[in-house]
Design a protein around this ligand. Structure first.
Ligand SMILES: Cc1cc2nc3c(=O)[nH]c(=O)nc-3n(C[C@H](O)[C@H](O)[C@H](O)COP(=O)(O)OP(=O)(O)OC[C@H]3O[C@@H](n4cnc5c(N)ncnc54)[C@H](O)[C@@H]3O)c2cc1C
Length: 292
């Protein structure tokens, strides 16, 4: 705020911009809910169309399209996944889980990371990161590898060793040494294995089916949460219409676009904020020496 005052920046709060005014391929000002203003340079920094409660409703895309500036298809990005199956695991988080996203037999995405079970499906850093890659490919299945540093035979051998070592113990208690208790209950239920089964009563087929499920826990994907829950918008003003040295459009003199309204997006970790700051800096700092 101090810097703004020092530099005589005038803020117009509670005044929505409604249009960018262009004459003869040169920006001449803006219209707002309270009037109109003349400017030589206009920087559009309206953000994406996700998380509307933050004030970003996608106005910048509309202004661009009205001026024949191309906008690529828009999708919600960094967003949670909804599964068709219901499971009572909400709140359970797991580290270092293998994630595979499939459409038919085709693998669309493969990564390892941290996940969180929710009331509707799955979230967490690895799920959010994955969403931006596959959301427009209509993925069908997510397959989780709960012990991704071991092969299925190694998991089976580990389970067998623990069962032999504690043969009189309940199978569920042995599994709790490998995965969280809530997940043990889910695995046993999903495989119709009696919760009271002891290690020495467990058949080889039952043990193998558990090892397979730990390596390949599959859920049908219903969809992804929408723009209202998405952290970013994928797509936007195509960057080949922008001069990266100034962020000015190649088509309309004095008109600049910065931040999330552009067709630029990245993973979590501050990269999207960095895009906004960097493009904002370039657009602002080149106003004087730009060809405006
Ligand atoms: C919950 C959440 C968590 C996030 N976490 C991260 C993170 O960890 N790391 C990361 O890199 N990114 C994260 N992001 C994304 C990041 O916040 C955005 O990419 C970044 O803020 C985009 O900056 P921007 O200035 O382009 O747009 P915004 O920050 O969206 O700002 C746009 C501004 O324009 C205003 N506006 C829109 N239309 C008009 C209009 N017609 N008239 C006047 N004003 C208007 C809006 O009110 C808003 O204040 C997160 C986003 C959300 C929603």
């Amino acid at each position: 705020m101090c810097l703004l005052r020092k530099n005589n920046v005038i803020l117009h709060m509670d005044e929505a911009c409604t249009n960018v005014v262009v004459e003869d391929d040169r920006v001449v000002g803006i219209e707002t809910s309270k009037g109109s203003y003349s400017f030589d340079v206009v920087i559009v920094a309206t953000g994406g169309k996700s998380f509307v409660s933050t004030g970003s409703s996608g106005d910048g895309y509309q202004w661009a399209q009205n001026l024949d500036i191309k906008v690529s298809d828009l999708y919600p990005g960094l967003v949670a996944l909804r599964t068709k199956e219901d499971f009572d695991l909400a709140g359970l988080s797991l580290s270092n889980v293998g994630i595979q996203i499939k459409k038919g037999k085709r693998v669309l995405y493969k990564e390892c990371g941290d996940i969180l079970f929710t009331h509707e499906g799955l979230s967490g850093p690895a799920i959010l990161a994955m969403s931006s890659y596959v959301i427009n490919s209509k993925p069908e299945r997510i397959i989780l590898d709960l012990i991704c540093d071991k092969s299925i035979d190694e998991v089976d051998m580990l389970l067998l060793e623990r069962m032999n070592y504690s043969s009189n113990k309940k199978l569920s208690h042995i599994l709790e040494t490998m995965i969280p208790k809530r997940l043990v209950q889910y695995v046993m239920n999903r495989l119709y294995i009696d919760a009271s089964l002891k290690a020495n009563e467990t058949t080889k087929a039952q043990r193998r089916s558990i090892s397979e499920l730990l390596k390949c826990l599959s859920f049908e994907i219903a969809n992804f949460a929408g723009f209202e829950q998405a952290m970013i918008t994928v797509g936007g003003i195509k960057t080949n219409q922008i001069q990266p040295q100034t962020m000015e459009t190649k088509k309309i003199k004095g008109l600049k676009f910065i931040g999330e309204v552009l067709d630029l997006d990245a993973q979590t970790g501050g990269y999207n904020l960095q895009i906004a700051w960097t493009t904002g800096y370039v657009a602002g700092s080149t106003i004087k020496e730009g060809a405006n």
